[in-house]
Design a protein around this ligand. Structure first.
Ligand code: URA
Length: 211
């Protein structure tokens, strides 16, 4: 891979197992949601392996000892709408996380993502930000969202997706070479409508049951 550590394809038999069921057209909406959450947490676990920690003294029932905690709160930012279904389980890993939301739609005239919703915590620039969207397809939304986070002062952004297309990875990496991508799989290609092949279909529709 030409991206070095900026593209992390997380390999684990559990991820393979879950992802195979996620891709399956016969997987129910409820199961799909659960499995997306499971993979999301495994990816978030890897994506935060190197966050800054600080020592803290703790009193056990036996004696005092030194423990470790996050030096800064993690912030989680799903890209609407499918990012919500992906982020719910991730949030449960980080009970103190602040949560932002970014909504973008594609303007078919200019073929560019347009912001329709933005709600970002004030302190977002202080710690690591997990930007989450299940599918990195053309890269347009992820690129625009990462730009919005940088405009808010975020310096430590980590993008987490379930499946990435080679086209989206390349575009995202060109736009944001400092933002690592954590994904469970890199698929073959995009089709003419911007869907990932083999992919899993429309992640938002499958999460929210709007098929
Ligand atoms: N968004 C999806 O939900 N699926 C794709 O395959 C591409 C973009």
């Amino acid at each position: 891979m030409p991206y070095g550590t900026m593209l992390q394809v997380i390999k684990h038999p559990l991820i393979d197992h879950y992802l195979t069921r996620i891709r399956d057209i016969d997987t129910s909406c409820a199961r799909f949601r659960d499995l997306v959450g499971c993979v999301g947490t495994l990816l978030a676990y890897e994506a935060t392996r190197d966050v800054k920690q600080e020592e803290v003294e703790v009193q056990t029932p036996m004696e005092k000892c030194t423990g470790l905690r996050f030096a800064n709160n993690v912030c989680i930012v799903p890209i609407l709408r499918a990012g919500i279904g992906f982020s719910d389980a991730i949030v449960s890993l980080f009970p103190d996380a602040h949560i932002g939301h970014i909504g973008l739609f594609r303007n078919e005239d200019i073929l560019e993502p347009v912001e329709y919703y933005k709600s970002l915590p004030i302190q977002i620039g202080q710690g690591p930000v997990l930007l989450v969207d299940p599918m990195l397809a053309t890269g347009g939304s992820a690129i625009a969202a990462a730009k919005m986070l940088k405009e808010k002062g975020c310096k430590d952004i980590r993008f987490i997706c379930l499946i990435a297309a080679p086209e989206g990875i390349e575009k995202f990496h060109i736009a944001h070479p400092d933002v690592p991508i954590y994904t469970a799989a890199v698929d073959r290609q995009l089709d003419e409508n911007g869907y990932i092949l083999p992919g899993l279909g429309d992640a938002g529709d499958r999460i929210f049951g709007t098929l």
